[in-house]
Design a protein around this ligand. Structure first.
Ligand SMILES: Nc1ncnc2c1ncn2[C@@H]1O[C@H](COP(=O)(O)OP(=O)(O)O)[C@@H](O)[C@H]1O
Ligand SMILES: [Mg+2]
Length: 252
């Protein structure tokens, strides 16, 4: 049975979608069969981060309604083990049939090693849908206090619904910012109240990969790309040392 990993943060713009796509690509490169589901109804963009903007036509609603099987979900170029179901744009999350969504997730767990669900910002109906059948939560936050508070609140809410492991990814880490804040990664973990799954450096390659229409793992093996690989390996139970964020990565 596959594992369902919901990627949440509460706040928008923390890098949920970028990290979700980065980790999905790396899980696939590690040999796993991966299904990504964009649960950001109305504002989908996981396809862009996966380099699949032109082929992402099939929504999870299309499969739930029985018109298509999961085999029909588009595959990432160069990563045939990675498939995407995008989000419908004109349907609201509270209109999604929970039973049919559960059936879709159940089917996906039988076919894939990992099902990664990219949650929307906020803690509304889309968030509830994204976490509802999760086996594990990846909480993405930035170093700023507002992001930490929202991540803590989103995690608390999710854990009140699902008694599952939750781990933290601190994204866009820059040594200069941490130095100026006089803060450490431990402080962020304390602020959010979760154990650490990984840190991802602030790295222009995240944006540049999206601009070039490539998944991060096919664009770079350094910086954020390497950090996503480490996260993918830790998710699979491997022991990987925490990466050192060098000054060069922060453009210094
Ligand atoms: N590690 C990173 N380094 C640099 N830019 C990043 C990083 N992670 C995300 N970004 C950028 O931050 C913006 C928001 O990221 P996104 O993944 O869309 O966030 P969310 O899904 O949480 O709203 C995007 O422009 C993305 O390119
Ligand atoms: Mg997003």
């Amino acid at each position: 049975m596959g594992q369902v990993l919901a990627v949440i943060s509460g706040k928008g713009g923390t890098g949920k979608t970028s990290v979700c796509a980065g980790v999905a690509g790396c899980l696939c490169m590690e040999g796993a069969r991966v299904l990504c589901i964009d649960a950001d109804l109305g504002l989908r963009n996981l396809d862009i981060s996966l380099g699949m903007a032109s082929e992402a036509g099939l929504t999870f609603l299309d499969v739930m309604r029985g018109g298509y099987t999961l085999d029909r979900a588009p595959r990432a170029a160069g990563l045939p083990g990675l498939q995407l179901l995008t989000a419908p744009v004109s349907v609201k999350a509270d209109e999604i049939d929970r039973g049919a969504f559960e059936a879709l997730i159940h089917d996906a767990k039988e076919r894939y090693d990992w099902v990664l669900i990219d949650a929307p910002a906020g803690v509304g109906a889309g968030f509830e849908l994204a976490i509802r059948f999760a086996d594990e939560l990846m909480v993405v936050c930035l170093a700023d206090p507002a992001s930490q508070r929202d991540a803590a609140r989103a995690a608390e809410l999710a854990l009140s619904r699902r008694d599952v492991p939750a781990r933290l990814v601190v994204n866009r880490v820059s040594p200069r910012l941490f130095q100026k804040m006089n803060a450490t990664i431990d402080d962020i973990m304390d602020g959010v109240g979760l154990p650490l799954l990984g840190i991802v450096p602030d790295d222009a390659d995240v944006t540049l990969a999206a601009v070039e229409g490539k998944p991060l793992c096919q664009y770079t093996f350094h910086g954020a790309g390497l950090a996503c690989l480490h996260i993918a390996q830790r998710l699979q139970g491997k022991r990987v040392k925490l990466m050192k964020i060098r000054r060069t990565l922060a453009g210094m």
